[in-house]
Design a protein around this ligand. Structure first.
Ligand code: F0G
Length: 454
């Protein structure tokens, strides 16, 4: 069949409150043109993030009821641990309340002044946790990963030659090598199995543990199945096991590829490292059989991990992103190519060349999407990265707008609606103006800055 359908029926619905353009004009002004300031029930299609926004299955909701809330030794923990180890056979699994808590614990053990941590591209919370420990974070993705038009099938790959050179030069200061699958900050681009193995080999040659940020492991595995030679007829679960076979540990946000609304874990093989991490876990998250979670959350994750490797789901998931990207390209709305797993990244700077980066073309586009169609997206550009620590402002390397797709939440007609909103915007794009910032905090300004249209 040509049409890839949503492989689920809908049993429980959440009504969308429709708004008019006039209402949205008022709501935007009240939020100072910052989409993080909107109430989410004033949003028609919320593409702010794919994190924690999944629809749970009937089996997950049922699992919530059987969650056991004992402080220590809950059966929910053992179901969670077994589900994690089924796909990722690490010796120690520590539940955390979300991904960044796992990162904070890992770098409280491995980080510190003078340390250097390489990855393909660190996600911003990973980078922040490394830096707040006093260490430095380095991104060594292949050059194709930085070119929005390159059609390389695995743009998330590590540049293993640069990694080797980096370890030769800084070896003594490197506590571990990381890789993020898929590479969120680089457009949701996958990493090949060959590259994961090569990265592990370089890390191990230099005697360094190899840690995978596995947030979108299932999407990455499905890209391997589709694009890497020799994997077409393999089960996704087996590809996942291969991806993690050479790793010494992983950090995970269960808010992504575990269909959970909250949760995460840190997994490690090394006994001593796991012991230090567990001590920190007790201090900051909770007893090791619940970490930062309720028993019911552990059960929702255990069930979610069984569902996420379903290939009909993954085919629908990746096709949705590709479908929207193809239709946007047909409207001459440029996107980062090829489309990633969890999101479409629109190149706002290329779409709106008359708006200079310091007038935030990404923010203008994000605001227009809300005004025109009630769509919430996220600027990933000069608003997010332009403000330097000395207060200067420079253009970010790219001005992108991310349309992140919540899992199992929206249907094809929602996707068609998003495309139609873009069609209307693109028609009048020359009339669009930039924005200025009228107030901003010193750090992480994208969450709370106040804007005004120019
Ligand atoms: N690693 C990656 C690759 C991520 O995308 C995220 C979160 C995290 C770690 C942190 O996990 O949110 O559970 O603490 N990404 C979300 C996003 C926030 O919108 O891309 P967390």
């Amino acid at each position: 069949m040509r049409t890839i359908i949503e492989p689920f029926r809908i049993k429980t619905v959440e009504p969308i409150r429709m708004t008019t353009r006039q209402e949205r004009e008022r709501l935007l002004a009240a939020a100072s043109y910052n989409l993080f300031g909107l109430h989410s029930d004033d949003v028609l299609i919320d593409l702010l993030t794919d994190s924690g926004t999944s629809a749970m299955s009937a089996a997950q909701l049922a699992a919530l009821v059987s969650g056991d809330e004992s402080y220590a030794g809950s059966p929910s923990f053992f179901r969670f641990e077994a589900a994690v180890k089924n796909l990722f056979p690490f010796k120690h699994v520590l539940p955390t309340h979300q991904g960044r808590a796992a990162e904070a614990i890992l770098f409280s053990v491995l980080g510190g002044q003078g340390k250097n941590v390489p990855s393909n591209t660190h996600f911003d919370t990973t980078r922040a946790n490394i830096e707040s420990s006093g260490a430095e974070a380095f991104d060594l993705v292949i050059p194709e990963g930085l070119d929005p038009n390159s059609l390389h099938p695995f743009k998330g790959n590590m540049d293993t030659a640069r990694l080797d050179a980096f370890l030769k030069e800084h070896g003594a200061t490197v506590p571990c090598v990381m890789i993020t699958v898929t590479n969120n900050a680089g457009g949701g681009q996958p990493v090949s199995l060959e590259n994961i193995r090569a990265t592990a080999a370089v890390a191990h040659k230099h005697g360094k543990p190899f840690i995978i940020d596995g947030c979108r492991f299932a999407e990455n595995a499905y890209f391997i199945k589709l694009r890497e030679k020799g994997h077409t007829s393999r089960k996704v679960e087996d590809i996942v096991r291969d991806m993690f076979a050479d790793a010494d540990g992983m950090t995970m946000s269960a808010k992504k590829d575990a269909f959970a609304n909250i949760g995460g874990w840190l997994a490690l093989n090394d006994d001593a490292m796991a012991q230090s991490a567990r001590e920190r876990l007790i201090l900051t998250e909770g007893f090791p059989t619940y970490g930062g979670l309720a028993g019911r959350d552990l059960d929702a994750i255990a069930q979610g991990l069984k569902e996420i490797v379903d290939e009909d789901y993954l085919a629908y998931r990746l096709r949705t992103a590709a479908y929207i990207a193809e239709r946007l390209e047909a409207l001459d709305v440029p996107t980062v190519k090829p489309s990633g797993g969890h999101a479409i990244f629109v190149d706002a700077r290329a779409l709106l060349p008359h708006i200079p980066p310091l007038q935030y073309p990404g923010q203008s586009l994000a605001v227009a999407l809300y005004l025109e169609g009630g769509i919430r997206s996220c600027e990933i550009g000069t608003v997010m990265f332009g403000l330097q620590s000395d207060g200067r402002e420079i253009a970010a390397p790219m001005d992108l707008v991310r349309l992140a797709l919540p899992r199992r939440v929206y249907t094809q007609s929602h996707a068609d609606y998003v495309v139609e909103v873009f069609e209307n915007i693109a028609r009048d794009k020359r009339k669009m103006r930039g924005m200025k910032i009228v107030w901003q905090p010193p750090h992480m300004r994208h969450f709370s800055a106040k804007f005004a249209p120019l």
